[in-house]
Design a protein around this ligand. Structure first.
Ligand code: C5P
Length: 409
């Protein structure tokens, strides 16, 4: 499965002589769909099957197809510096042998020898050639050198016989490439995380309330990303129009008021390893909410009597730390100014391991758009993440947390 978006990584696809060349065209297409820039180098045997013009037309870049035609630069050296990954697909027995030995006499092997980028090979050959001790020995040399290998698989070969030597499918090759270019993120396997998100609503009377502009987007993004990294998440979510994606490892508990949020969090803490307080919790609630609609004519209509809500983050942190030594707590600080100073004060006051600060204002900080956050901890200097989408920021925050936990716990 090719993800819809990726970044602009650069791949050089080295094509060698095999009937499987036609599949290299699909590999090119699928890499491009993943937003990867693809350039192509071809051996002369590959050009017996497909002309370089085909790849030039698909990629929009000149194909490196001849060692001896100078374009005013040393092509294999330029190419080798200008990429993140060299994929040799199809990789014939001959080209694998040349790569294992360090031979460099065609556009693909000269580049393979010059580059410091990752190399992925997708062998394609007849069964007998693949099984031959020489090929197996060459493959071992390449693997020991850190070359990645995908396939071959069993299936119908060029000869019509069935055997082991069929090139991996374009999907498998592209999956392998994406794995190399974007290694799976740091894991949260085994973590059970309680996340609060969204606003709270404190009822004044049956139709009016005290609330704020939070949508819960950041807390939802963090929860979804934590699940992607293997955690079990309980998301205690205030009233919002946003709907977290369904997932067996993400349980959503809907609440309205701060008191309900506190009760939901307390019910979950015993089993949890981390607490993330991303909710914008109302600091106050109404002392005596009306049971019927407040009228303009009521004598005390211009006065709201408020009482302070419990600080959920502070309470949960103290409880969690008493339950387990390796507990980890993330708080948030939404501020209109002096972000780092306020975030640091919250880090101490609430006993968090990290506080994520963000500047909020009339047109900033809320909703699903791009944002920028400040990561404040005791161990490391404050660091800005973003601007990026909230889901990208969620991923960057978990990377940071994993790094800090690895280092300091
Ligand atoms: O004190 P302040 O509201 O600025 O702190 C923000 C952080 O504290 C956020 O992580 C928020 O979720 C949490 N908080 C809480 N319970 C409250 C108030 C804030 O969990 N009653």
């Amino acid at each position: 499965m090719v993800p819809e978006c990726c970044d602009g990584s650069r791949v050089l696809l080295g094509v060698s002589g095999s009937i499987a060349v036609y599949k290299a065209i699909e590999v090119t297409r699928k890499l491009q769909q993943a937003q990867i820039r693809v350039q192509v180098a071809m051996t002369s045997s590959a050009q017996q099957f497909v002309t370089s013009l085909t790849f030039q037309a698909i990629t929009g870049h000149p194909v490196f197809d001849d060692l001896w035609v100078s374009k005013g630069r040393i092509e294999h050296v330029e190419q080798s510096h200008d990429m993140d990954l060299l994929i040799v697909a199809p990789a014939s027995a001959n080209i694998l042998a040349k790569m294992a030995t360090g031979l460099a006499d065609d556009p693909v092997t000269t580049t393979a020898l010059s580059t410091r980028a990752h190399i992925l090979v997708a062998p394609a050959m007849e069964d007998g050639m693949w099984r031959h001790p020489a090929t197996q020995h060459n493959m071992q040399i390449l693997r020991d050198r850190g070359v990645w290998v995908v396939g071959p698989t069993e299936g119908v070969l060029a000869s019509g016989r069935v055997g082991l030597g069929r090139m991996a499918s374009p999907d498998e090759i592209v999956d392998a490439a994406l794995h190399i270019l974007h290694p799976p993120p740091l894991s949260l396997k085994g973590d059970r995380i309680v996340v609060t998100a969204g606003p709270t609503q404190e009822m004044i009377d049956p139709v009016r309330m005290l609330s704020n502009r939070s949508t819960g987007a950041m807390g939802i993004a963090l929860s979804e990303e934590a699940v992607r990294r293997g955690a079990q998440v309980c998301l205690v979510l205030g009233p919002t129009h946003l709907k977290p994606r369904d997932n067996n490892h993400l349980r959503v508990v809907r609440v309205e008021s701060a008191s309900e949020m506190l009760a939901a969090v307390q019910a979950e803490l015993a089993e949890c390893t981390m607490f993330v307080g991303a909710a914008a919790v109302s600091d106050f609630r109404i002392a005596n909410p009306r049971t019927s609609k407040w009228k303009r004519s009521d004598s005390e209509a211009t006065h709201l009597e408020l009482v302070e809500n419990t600080d959920i983050l502070k309470t949960a942190t103290a409880r969690l730390r008493a339950l387990r030594e390796d507990a980890w707590v993330m708080g948030f600080a939404a501020e209109t100014e002096d972000l780092e100073q306020h975030a640091r004060a919250k880090l101490e006051r609430k006993g968090c391991d990290v506080v994520i600060g963000n500047i909020v204002g009339p047109n900033r900080g809320f909703g699903e758009g791009r944002t920028e956050v400040l990561v404040v901890s005791r161990q490391q200097p404050a660091e800005v993440l973003g601007p990026a989408t909230k889901s990208e920021i969620g991923s960057l925050i978990w990377d940071k947390v994993a790094q800090m936990r690895g280092k300091f716990h």
